[in-house]
Write a protein that binds this ligand. Structure first.
Ligand SMILES: NC(=O)c1ccc[n+]([C@@H]2O[C@H](COP(=O)([O-])OP(=O)(O)OC[C@H]3O[C@@H](n4cnc5c(N)ncnc54)[C@H](O)[C@@H]3O)[C@@H](O)[C@H]2O)c1
Length: 664
């Protein structure tokens, strides 16, 4: 047996490993707020120590108390494994359940150093998107997965493996909840407090659900967004047009790559040099400029030559918006992808302070830091307003920019005082053009880890979509073309970071037919097993009034029934694992979102699961969107009811507004 397998099977060993030094070369999570009182700190220590035998408590208590004081959390750094953290081929994992092995592969991918934002703190992306709260949870979870059978289900509470429970082979192997709180305890300080106590975590979307595939996952969606934003401002394509935005982190790092694919000039500001260097060395951004004058000259030249180029500005985004005003550089498209879902704990950096000064203030003077953030947001919005008055098309990128700017008193509300001045990308683009038709971020991972398998799956998927396009309604012809173009060039765009994964927007029929074709190829032995999944940022998985469901206008955007139904429905229709989260994208307390993973192995059982689960996973959301009177969704669900006689969805009757307006 390999030493890797032995380590996984061992879990938390009776003898503790040697202490590990804090490695300054790694991108670490910022120090979290010192929020616990003395009694709560004692409780946090007691909570952490319950993972270990008594004989180690004294030594570990001292160490954990240091971590809590120094970093604001107990990560249990000592227990970080020594083996390389990366997704291996499914055969390299120990155990009795192929499904459990698939889950281990995905967990390791989420913690891979080339994938994860703060790998030592078990954070995959978004500054606080955790896979586990600490290394003890990781070790235990991997041990359970290495030992479980297909007659058991592992139950995970915010990273903590509660244990294995008897179930049956059609049940999910893992059920995950992240950050599920009693609703009144869902303010951002509640996350700080209960996470510091070690009883909950912010799972983001695909972090705590083991479905992150690096920024590729988002490049496709971002490309679709930029392309369609471009179509909103001009019929002549994006050549020579400027897209200005911020963030080169986990998801935001996809922007320059997507900008290149869409064919424009992209300028992305990033305050953290580690993030800039990572994206630059990965080839996701072409050039790095640290000086505002140089940046302006470079952009002017790129405009003149209609270059397709992406440029990182090493510094604060507010400086760029203001400088481009001074220099009279016209911004065609504008957005922002700083992590404003997490404004007070490192998601958004104030202008005028260095990164180190900000981090210091955030931890030691949180109230002063809040004031700085609010000032910056007001300045940020003011500069954007000046640009939009000249014609810039600005959209909120689902990072809670407008929400937090409005809460900071920035001038971002429209005259009615209810809506924002600017649309979110879901309201204008993704909602009506994609989600309402069921088109969303379907993805798969080749469990063999072979590049060749990925290339074969790309070809299979492309063939399926090309065939489906022939009979697709005119309403989604453009989307089908964009998606076919995407999958054709996906390999050349070298999007893989970590596991051999691919994202491809597809609707319900597309996802089912592609998955079925994969299953057939597995059966024939052409490719190895495949793990299917999707981003939570999708048609049905997420209730989020400022993002995924921002184009729901019947008042129900503040309810979360769809996401809950989705995960329950997926769990009994064949998912290998399911997860449901509070927070993710726009922030703790602002969204409920869920996802799934499904291993397919070429069997008839896999075929049945594909049909049963994916159909529900997409059509649940279309039904809800249609009930909210979204005309694209009404069209899509009616079409699906014709195709599937067992599907019977309640349709809305549309009222003539005049009847109501005459009354009230
Ligand atoms: N890409 C998408 O399609 C998509 C969709 C919806 C939402 N989002 C949202 O976008 C946000 C970003 O996600 P992420 O995973 O990239 O987060 P991240 O934290 O990994 O990256 C954000 C980056 O912004 C930088 N930053 C913060 N303040 C800055 C400032 N003032 N100027 C310049 N840079 C600054 C940070 O240093 C960080 O590297 C999140 O809120 C996420 O929910 C993204």
């Amino acid at each position: 047996m390999t030493s890797f397998k032995k380590s996984l099977l061992a879990g938390i060993t009776s003898e503790i490993p040697p202490k590990k030094e804090y490695d300054p070369r790694i991108n670490h999570a910022p120090k979290r707020k010192d929020i616990l009182n003395t009694a709560e700190k004692k409780l946090a220590l007691k909570n952490a120590l319950r993972y270990f035998p008594k004989k180690h408590h004294k030594i570990l208590a001292t160490e954990f108390a240091y971590e809590l004081n120094e970093y604001g959390r107990i990560y249990m750094y000592r227990f970080r494994p020594d083996y390389e953290m990366k997704a291996r081929s499914i055969e390299d994992y120990p155990g009795k359940s192929l499904q459990a092995k698939a889950i281990m592969l995905m967990i390791q991918n989420n913690l891979d150093y080339t994938v994860a934002q703060h790998p030592h703190e078990l954070i995959t992306y978004g500054g606080n998107g955790g896979v586990f709260q600490n290394w003890a949870q990781y070790l235990l979870c991997m041990q359970y997965l290495s030992n479980m059978t297909d007659e058991q289900t592992l139950v995970v509470y915010s990273g903590h493996p509660m244990g294995l429970f008897p179930s049956h082979k059609y049940a999910p192997r893992v059920v995950v909840t992240n950050g599920m709180m009693i609703p009144n305890y869902s303010k951002s300080d509640d996350w700080e407090k209960f996470n510091a106590l070690g009883v909950t975590q912010f799972g983001q979307m695909t972090a705590g659900s083991y479905m992150y595939i690096g920024p590729q996952g988002i490049v496709h969606g971002t490309t679709i967004t930029i392309l369609n934003a471009g179509r909103k401002i001009s019929d002549n394509g994006l050549a020579g047009k400027l897209f200005l935005t911020a963030g080169l982190g986990g998801m935001s790092g996809a922007q320059p790559k997507a900008g290149n694919i869409a064919g424009c000039i992209t300028v992305v500001a990033e305050v953290n040099p580690k993030a800039t260097i990572m994206r630059h060395t990965q080839g996701w951004v072409d050039e790095v400029i640290e000086d505002l004058d140089k940046l302006s000259n470079r952009v002017k030249k790129a405009k003149e030559n209609k270059e397709v180029v992406s440029i990182a500005y090493q510094g604060n985004i507010v400086e760029v918006w203001e400088k481009f005003l001074e220099e009279d550089i016209y911004v065609d498209l504008g957005s922002d992808q700083t992590s404003l879902h997490n404004p007070w704990a490192g998601g958004y950096y104030p202008v005028g302070l260095s990164l180190a000064e900000s981090n210091e203030m955030m931890a030691n003077k949180p109230e002063e830091f809040k004031i700085k953030i609010k000032e910056t947001l007001r300045r940020h919005a003011e500069a954007i307003n000046k640009h939009t008055s000249k014609g810039t098309y600005f959209f909120d990128y689902g990072n809670a920019f407008l929400l937090e700017a409005s809460r900071s008193g920035a001038d971002v509300m429209s005259k009615d005082g209810i809506h924002f001045k600017y649309p979110s990308y879901v309201q204008d683009i993704m909602g009506p053009m994609c989600f309402d038709y069921g088109l969303g971020p379907f993805r798969w991972v080749c469990a063999s880890g072979k590049k060749k398998d990925l290339e074969k799956t790309d070809k299979i998927a492309c063939k399926v979509l090309e065939k489906l396009k022939l009979n697709s309604p005119k309403e989604i012809q453009q989307q089908m073309s964009d998606n076919i173009r995407w999958i054709k060039s996906a390999n050349d765009n070298q999007l893989v970071v970590g596991s051999q994964a691919r994202i491809l927007y597809a609707d319900s029929i597309g996802r089912i037919e592609i998955a079925k074709a994969f299953n057939e190829a597995i059966k024939e032995g052409t490719i190895g097993p495949i793990i299917l999944g999707r981003d939570h940022h999708d048609v049905s998985g997420t209730d989020s009034p400022y993002r995924e469901t921002s184009n729901i206008y019947d008042g129900s955007s503040f309810t979360a029934d769809m996401a809950i139904h989705n995960v329950i429905g997926d769990s009994f229709r064949g998912a290998t694992w399911v997860s449901i989260h509070n927070g993710g994208g726009v922030g703790w307390g602002e969204v409920i979102n869920g996802g799934f993973g499904m291993l397919i192995d070429g069997s008839e059982e896999s075929d049945n699961k594909i049909h049963s689960m994916i159909h529900w996973d997409v059509n649940n959301g279309i039904a809800r969107r249609s009930w909210a009177r979204n005309k694209e969704a009404i069209f899509a669900i009616k079409k699906e009811m014709k195709r599937t006689p067992e599907l019977k969805v309640t349709l809305p009757n549309l009222v003539d507004d005049k009847i109501i307006d005459d009354l009230i």
